[in-house]
Design a protein. Sequence first.
Length: 224
Amino acid sequence: MPSKNAIKEYESGAYYHIYNRGVEKRSIFQDDQDYKTFLSYLKFYLTNPNSIDLRGLSSQVRPTSPSKILRNYSESIILIAYCLMPNHFHLFIKQNDDFSMSNFMSSLSTKYVRYFNTRYKRVGHLFQDRYKAVKVETENQWIHLSKYIHRNPQEILACEDCPRRLSEYKYSSYPNYLGLFHQSWIHPEEILTNFGGNSNNSYQNFVEEDLDITPIYFSAIDYD
């Protein structure tokens, strides 16, 4: 029997929480280069090919010839939020047609696994299984999903040499929401509209308030 959330409900215009973790919960990002390479793939896949600056991409992403140019999903996938953790990742996307999510995740996963296995001289699966996807069904789930994703680094903030605040975590879209930096392939606008339309203290207070959102967001969803 397929694991929960492995079978996708494809729907044009729908929002999804996509996540996956390393096989046996092992690390999928071992250093800064790994994180940056994964982010470079996201940037390349989700930026209009006519406006992308190849100089800002990881060397693993830059095409070596016209035949090696990666597929582009800038018209079909809207990335609203993300967070990369040492052994898993979360993406909050909007799918503009029926099957772009599946194609996008196949491209992203295949490309990153190939990079990771080559770099670390390994073979075999990197991820525990095929990615999981949960369709966002209610307004409560929609508004709290970015909060859940952006709060993920809390579990590692206490470690030595780690950032002490969520806004300092480098591998999350949260700083985009606070106006600390801008990644053109991240689209926080729909969420921020509910907090005055821009990155201000109201969204930061919403994310960082000490409130258990499990009953709100997970009431009808099993993420195990």
